[in-house]
Write a protein that binds this ligand. Structure first.
Ligand SMILES: [Zn+2]
Length: 416
């Protein structure tokens, strides 16, 4: 292992050198800025694990801004939350209340999505709450459902004068997506009242190894920073914050699967307090190595399932075009030919996009195409596998002639 100059400085300590961990490639929607993949590295100074890439925040923001033009139809129909989402948001709101009991404090949820957490905070009696989100669909839902201030901005827009200053800023599942973490931290400083606090929550990189729903799921095109309690402290102390409290928690995904998160509350101090930094993270590298080795075994098994399916007539259909499909499409046996490969997704945002020229079609077209092409169907979402399988079985239950092969990949997780 040799030290290398990083394409992207360490988001936590700004060191310019790192050690290579593993290369990640993806077969993505045509036009996606991360089509060349990235190297996963760890900082040579603080051990922080992150995606080392030359793409810029601007490239990413442009891509997501374009996507949001199409999202309203898929979000506005949903809007509601699953029971597990609601439970998770109530736990977070109660925790914030325990740390900041004054109901008059001004609170901002930066990246508020559809306002679920703001709704629970309002329910607890907080009177001065606001949200910011780049998606107009989300902003409209928040305004309607929570009846609080909500502004449509991207994180790095100029909105300080419009929104004012806050006593608490919530960054829940935001920081793992940010390329320019330094700019984000300076944004927080510009939005906080003296003595104000930040509540931050991210997936917990130290525990990726404990729950593998899908191989390498945390190393994807969206999560490019891998935080835990140590890196939270190292990052925030470099900007003059001190840790008030924090911990880890298991939350439930929509599908009842566990998901491990790390959270902390930091208070803004008067000076930079570098002395609070913990220093190099002693455990993260072995924790990440274990996650990678567990993922590798599962990923190989999934590729064997795909190869077996392709053995039948060389054709294949994938249902559920997301992070797992982006990795499985690297399988060299798959032919990117529109008579051989078929891509389906139920999310209106993905339908119509192309991957190496192959169009993503709505799930309801499966029946018609399977009759013509006789392909096996691989469900490429482990989280929604049960629901998707039920949908397929229903689709074919009245057909005597067509009974397509339906292959779920979560088998690989249990077998491997
Ligand atoms: Zn570092």
């Amino acid at each position: 292992m040799h030290k290398q100059r990083s394409k992207r400085a360490c988001p936590v300590c700004k060191s310019e050198t790192s050690y290579f961990i593993k290369e990640f490639n993806f077969v993505l929607f045509d036009g996606h800025p991360m089509r060349d993949g990235y190297d996963l590295v760890h900082c040579s100074n603080c051990n922080f694990v992150y995606a080392d890439t030359t793409i810029t925040q601007h490239d990413l923001d442009d891509y997501y801004a374009n996507l949001s033009k199409y999202e309203s139809k898929s979000i506005s129909t949903g809007g509601g939350y699953t029971t597990y989402d609601k439970e998770r948001l109530i736990v977070t709101a109660d925790y914030i209340h325990s740390q900041l009991p004054d109901l008059n404090k001004r609170i901002l949820d930066l990246g508020c999505a559809s306002g679920g957490l703001l709704k629970e905070l309002k329910h607890l009696g907080y009177r001065n709450i606001a949200g910011i989100d780049p998606s107009i669909a989300c902003v409209n839902i928040t305004r309607r459902e929570v009846q609080c201030d909500c502004f449509q901005f991207s994180l790095f827009d100029d909105y300080e004068e419009t929104v004012g200053k806050f006593d608490l800023i919530i960054l829940s599942h935001v920081m793992e997506h940010i390329l320019d973490v330094d700019a984000a931290m300076n944004k927080l400083l510009g939005l906080l009242n003296p003595g104000g606090c930040v509540y931050i929550e991210c997936p917990n990189a130290s525990n990726y190894k404990n729950i593998v729903h899908s191989p390498f799921q945390e190393f994807n095109t969206e999560h490019i920073n891998h935080f835990n309690l140590v890196s939270f402290v190292n990052l925030f102390s470099a900007y003059g914050f001190t840790k008030q409290h924090g911990g880890t928690k298991l939350m439930k995904l929509a599908s009842n699967q566990d998901y491990d998160a790390v959270y902390s509350i930091f208070r803004r101090g008067s000076d930079k307090a570098l002395s609070n930094a913990i220093g190099p993270d002693e455990h993260i590298l072995s924790e990440i190595a274990l996650y990678i080795s567990r993922s590798e075994v599962i990923f190989e098994h999934m590729n064997r399932q795909i190869n077996n399916a392709l053995n039948w007539n060389g054709k294949i259909a994938l249902l559920g075009i997301g992070q797992l499909a982006f990795k499985l499409l690297l399988n060299p046996t798959i032919q990117f030919d529109s008579d051989m490969l078929f891509l389906f997704d139920n999310n209106a945002m993905n339908v119509g996009k192309t991957i190496n020229g192959i169009k993503v079609r709505p799930g309801e077209q499966i029946a018609e195409l399977v009759e013509k092409y006789q392909f096996p169907i691989i469900i490429t979402s482990t989280i929604f596998e049960k629901e998707l399988r039920e949908q397929l079985i229903k689709m074919f239950q009245n057909s005597k002639s067509i009974k397509p092969e339906i292959i779920g990949l979560s088998e690989s997780i249990y077998v491997a």
